[in-house]
Write a protein that binds this ligand. Structure first.
Ligand code: PRP
Ligand code: MN
Ligand code: MG
Length: 180
């Protein structure tokens, strides 16, 4: 599995350090605001688990499964809600946690939906931001790293369902996804 990686972009230690930093900022901002922290399945699950432990104030967690990609590397442009939230968001401060923002379609759809449901505030925390690929005007409030336009996997990010369990973020060797 590790042999399929061309280059490690962010090590476990670098991810941990940036997660601590983001957790501190989020803690300060959300003291006394009892936010609902939303994990966007499945990619954000590892980041959510680590970030939540760095949020040192009251919060709730919920999970939503929104998928815009099929099994390949290209976005289909369609955003489907596969699992909705259990918690009503009306009047609540909401923080969306993502692993990566690419075109911005997933987050735009989600943020619109939460505003429509009358959330009091909607903010976005993403581990990775790939602004080069943006087609929607989504601007995250908290960003771990800005990534180059390469196919990255690991720490929640998959290719065809694999590599989410890597403890680091790396660039996949092209031969792994070419001719597929
Ligand atoms: C990936 C990633 C983000 C989204 C970003 O999820 O985890 O949620 O795509 O792309 P976008 O900005 O172009 O919308 P994916 O749809 O692959 O589902 P997954 O998290 O289950 O892998
Ligand atoms: Mn995702
Ligand atoms: Mg995916």
């Amino acid at each position: 599995m590790n042999n399929d990686i061309e280059k490690v972009l962010y090590s476990r230690e670098e991810i941990q350090a940036v997660t601590e930093k983001l957790g501190k900022q989020i803690t300060e901002e959300y003291i006394d605001k009892n936010p609902i922290v939303i994990c966007v399945l499945k990619g954000a699950v590892l980041f959510m688990a680590d970030l939540a432990r760095e949020i040192k104030t009251y919060c709730e967690m919920d999970f939503m499964d929104v998928s815009s990609y099929g099994d390949g590397t290209k976005s289909t442009g369609e955003v489907k809600i596969i699992k909705d939230l259990d918690t009503p968001v009306e009047g609540r401060n909401v923080l969306i946690v993502e692993d990566i923002i690419d075109t911005g379609r997933t987050l735009e759809r989600l943020a619109d939906l939460l505003h429509h449901r009358k959330a009091k505030s909607v903010k976005i925390c993403t581990l990775l931001d790939k602004p080069e690929r943006r087609v929607k005007g989504v601007v995250p409030d908290y960003v771990g790293f800005e990534v180059p336009n390469e196919f990255v996997v690991g720490y929640g990010l998959d290719y065809a369902g694999r590599y989410r369990n890597l403890p680091y973020v790396g660039i996949l060797k092209p031969e792994v996804y070419e001719n597929k």
